[in-house]
Ligand binder design. Structure first.
Ligand SMILES: C[S@@+](CC[C@H](N)C(=O)[O-])C[C@H]1O[C@@H](n2cnc3c(N)ncnc32)[C@H](O)[C@@H]1O
Length: 451
């Protein structure tokens, strides 16, 4: 690595973690360094047409710019990763400008340093890759996500493209090489260094079929069929033939559970008959400065961490008179949810946001929140997002509003739910999953009962 790039990387910090936890993520890992070392020569020869995918905290993007790359295009699935890149870009901006100027002055063919910028694109779509000649990728953990990325690079990048895909050796499998081999004629591997390794793919294949993702499936699981029926309606067997006979799910590669019904979500849906009945408007309007959209007296239901949007779609079809909002930090999840809603003729707003923090909802305005929280962040076990989602639910629920959560029984979330939302009861439990109902209770002094 050049001293200039090293100086930039030294300024980066994990986000939002402060790096103080010994086992917490580091801002620049061995895979980032291996990718940048391999990329350095390629960038020196051709500083344009660099695309970065899956940057965790900005090391690849800012490192590539420090190495002399110009106008880097970036795709990060998680909005939290985008925030990390933005924060680190501000933090390291002066060092980066100096590094870029020096690198450009020392380039084999001297050139102006201009173009020190990156463009974030939140969709994995052809414009991200048009003309790309070097793609740097932090390998995702899911093969489906890798397939969608590899197919996009193979089809839409420049035919001369080199894809450098790096990961921790312990997370890499032969299947990843096979996935790249389906889109590229040449796939090789680097030597391992500090427990990281690169897969290097070249020569996009022309003998490929249509894109694999998004995949579309029709789900007819009993729990979905029953939950789709509005509470006041007849049982599904007595409904007319026009009633929905299932739910179409659309899933991009990075979306949780693909186009299937997750077992935890299934268990939550099985309790839908006990969810509050939102079919009977009007509810008391909420007063807020945030705008009129959610203040019209219609009930409000939220799918927090929506994945492919199965819960949001069920909410929208079960309660056609309600405002439904779905949110996830993942771009693939939000795109999948929007497509799932459209495929079922359901209406809901979809918002990409970290733990629902940016939902356009006034405090105390939601009647129902459904939540199947994450317990992984990439390959690491993490309940941090779940706790932040509980806090969001506590903020947006109205007095008496309900949070319905499903989680792995071993996680014992009940006390955290009581603190963040209010009195919480176990509604159903099996060896794998627990479903709870937390009722928002605001005391006259504004504090929450159960705290
Ligand atoms: C267990 S999945 C549930 C997905 C979907 N609700 C379902 O039931 O199939 C958890 C979801 O939370 C999302 N997620 C993880 N961390 C998040 C965060 N910090 N903010 C918002 N969503 C997050 C993941 O992308 C994933 O889609």
């Amino acid at each position: 690595m050049s001293p200039e790039a090293d100086a930039v990387l030294a300024e980066l910090r994990p986000y939002p973690e402060d790096g103080s936890r010994a086992d917490g993520p580091v801002a620049v890992d061995a895979t980032d360094r291996l990718l940048l070392d391999e990329a350095a020569g390629l960038i020196a020869r051709d500083p344009d047409g660099v695309v970065v995918i899956g940057d965790r905290f900005g090391a690849l993007t800012l490192g590539a710019l420090a190495l002399g790359a110009r106008d880097v295009r970036v795709h990060q699935d998680a909005i939290t990763a985008e925030a990390a890149l933005d924060a680190n870009s501000s933090r390291a901006s002066q060092t980066l400008r100096d590094a870029h100027a020096r690198t450009a002055a020392n380039a084999p063919v001297p050139r102006e340093p201009g173009g020190l910028s990156f463009t974030g694109r939140d969709q994995l779509e052809p414009p991200l890759l048009a003309g790309a000649r070097l793609v740097l990728l932090q390998l995702p953990t899911s093969l489906a996500e890798l397939t969608e990325i590899a197919e996009h690079v193979g089809r839409y990048a420049d035919p001369s493209v080199t894809l450098l895909a790096g990961g921790r050796v312990k997370h890499m499998t032969h299947a990843m090489t096979d996935v790249l081999g389906a889109s590229f004629a040449q796939v090789g591997a680097s030597l391992a260094r500090q427990k990281s390794r690169l897969l290097i793919a070249r020569e996009p294949r022309s003998d490929v079929g249509p894109l694999t993702y998004p995949v579309v499936t029709r789900l007819t699981d009993r729990e979905i069929l029953d939950a789709l029926v509005p509470p006041s309606a007849l049982p599904p067997s007595a409904l007319p033939p026009s009633a929905p006979a299932g739910l179409t799910v659309v899933a991009h590669g990075a979306a949780f559970a693909g186009a299937t019904l997750d077992q935890g979500t299934r268990f939550l849906l099985a309790q839908a008959h006990r969810w509050p009945d939102l079919s009977h408007a009007p509810f008391a309007p909420v007063t807020s400065a945030l705008g009129p959209d959610y203040l019209d007296g219609r009930p409000v239901a939220v799918d927090l961490g929506c994945g492919t949007g199965i819960l949001a779609t069920v909410l929208a079809l079960r309660f056609p008179g309600a405002h439904v909002l779905a949110t996830d930090r993942s771009a693939a999840a939000c795109a999948s949810t929007a497509a799932t809603l459209a495929a079922n003729g359901a209406q809901a707003a979809v918002e990409r946001s970290d733990a629902g923090a940016a939902l356009p909802l006034p405090d105390g305005s939601a009647d129902l929140v459904v939540l199947n929280p994450p317990f992984h962040d990439r390959a690491a076990l993490s309940t941090d997002a779940a706790h932040r989602m509980f806090a969001t639910a506590g903020r947006i629920l109205r007095d008496g509003g309900e949070l319905w959560t499903v989680f792995n029984t071993g996680l014992h979330y009940r006390r955290a739910l009581e603190r963040a939302v209010g009195p919480t009861e176990h509604i159903a439990q099996n060896p794998r999953f627990t479903v709870t109902r937390s009722v928002r209770k605001v005391l006259t002094d504004g504090s929450v009962k159960g705290r």
